[in-house]
Unconditional design. Structure first.
Length: 390
């Protein structure tokens, strides 16, 4: 991977609203943040840094390593400039490629046409230089190439992640309305919970928040759960360095938590799924699970974070029934969670008003396309004096 040993731009994509958390993660890994977009962070580094990012970041979706940047006014110019890239230095014999793109340019209406143009340029060059054409298609489990084309400007990247990083591999039993792993990690980071104090998660569903909290509390890199990335298929992939890097990052993890993690749900099926998912993630021994109404969730003394992600009537549940639940959450916070910081993650701010407590902070997020808020409530004495101010 000699060409890839050079420094280049690295774009990490994320869901809308998550970039500030991703930025914090990139900085804490010792990499610079050159700019922050609505759904991405730009840094720079070598392929080795891209590997480190794939292993370590919790809130990003894809790590894109910049190969080339140019102006292209139309698809023919795109083809011509993509064919100038020395693909034979990146694609080993017999490899399969997948081309993805994000296109916003007047000469193309369907981004699939840009994919085809790029793919043709790559395979035609490989045929000319090496005498064979790589197979190609939609599967992202081998070499993935990404074209970002906005106006005249076009960037061609190697998508070093392949499958998106939200697919940690632990959620084997999906339930209805689960939170994406990367979003759950950003939400836990937003609470500031780092492993001391309790983390209480009634309405845990498939357990994503509790599992991500455990990984954060243990300082365990989420990428260690995955054994496969796009960069592994590139020519000259340095497997010994990869193994050393994995070992080094594994060594940064802690062996236990000071705080307790408690995850409950009224659905037995949900708790069973959460338990299995936590076991796949290797954190089941750190989470106490229970089948119960949220209001009966045990809340140990000592304080910490209590967080609920109830349904919000967009995908499941009826608004009138949910009003009762949201009001009940306010009562649960008031009566059982003193000395805690309470959090509600919801996409329905009208329902959130039913909680009846003053919000101290509101953090905007998106769950799929639904605009959501993480609402923070300080549940110490005094915060109960300001009802209905959402
Ligand atoms: C939106 S889902 C939570 C999704 C979860 N964050 C995840 O990542 O899978 C809401 C959950 O609340 C649970 N629930 C609904 N009413 C409840 C109640 N009264 N007490 C406890 N859990 C309840 C449902 O069973 C469902 O699993």
């Amino acid at each position: 991977m000699s060409e890839l040993a050079q420094k280049s731009g690295i774009v990490i994509t994320c869901a809308k609203g998550i970039a500030p958390f991703l930025k914090g993660e990139v900085l804490s890994l010792g990499l610079p943040v050159l700019s922050e977009g609505v759904a991405s962070v730009l840094t720079e580094g070598r392929m080795e840094d891209a590997m480190k990012l794939n292993l370590s970041i919790r809130t990003g979706q894809r790590v894109l390593f910049l190969l080339e940047e140019f102006n292209a006014k139309n698809p023919d110019e795109l083809y011509e400039k993509v064919s100038r890239i020395p693909w034979e230095e990146y694609i080993p014999e017999g490899e399969y490629i997948c081309v993805t793109s994000s296109v916003e340019t007047p000469t193309i209406k369907d981004s699939r046409f840009a994919n085809v143009k790029c793919k043709d340029a790559i395979v035609d060059r490989m045929k000319k230089k090496r005498g064979w054409r790589p197979d190609s298609g939609p599967n992202r489990d081998r070499i993935v190439i990404h074209a970002y084309w906005k106006g005249k400007r076009c960037q061609i990247y190697l998508d070093t992640s392949g499958e998106p990083l939200s697919r940690r591999g632990y959620r084997r039993i999906p339930l209805k309305a689960p939170m994406q792993e990367t979003l759950a990690a950003a939400v836990v980071l937003a609470t500031g919970w780092e492993g001391s104090g309790s983390f209480i998660n009634p309405m845990c569903g498939s357990g994503t928040l509790a599992i991500e909290a455990a990984l954060i509390g243990l300082n365990r890199a989420p990428g260690l759960l995955r054994s496969h990335y796009g960069f592994m298929h590139l020519k000259g992939f340095d497997e010994p360095s990869w193994k050393v890097l994995r070992k080094k990052i594994k060594g940064l993890g802690k062996s236990g938590l000071r705080g307790k993690i408690i995850a409950t749900d009224i659905s037995e099926q949900a708790v069973e799924a959460a338990r299995k998912n936590a076991s796949t993630a290797g954190v089941d021994s750190l989470i106490e699970f229970g089948v119960t109404d949220y209001s009966e969730t045990p809340v140990p003394d000592g304080g910490g974070v209590v967080i609920l992600n109830p349904e919000y009537g967009e995908r499941m549940g009826e608004i009138e029934e949910l009003k009762v639940i949201y009001k009940g959450i306010g009562d649960f916070f008031k009566k059982k969670c003193q000395r805690y910081t309470g959090y509600l993650f919801t996409g329905n701010l009208d329902l959130a008003k039913e909680v009846g407590l003053r919000t101290k902070r509101r953090v905007p997020f998106f769950n799929s396309n639904i605009e959501c808020r993480l609402l923070e409530y300080d549940l110490y004495e005094g915060s109960r004096k300001y009802p209905n101010s959402n």
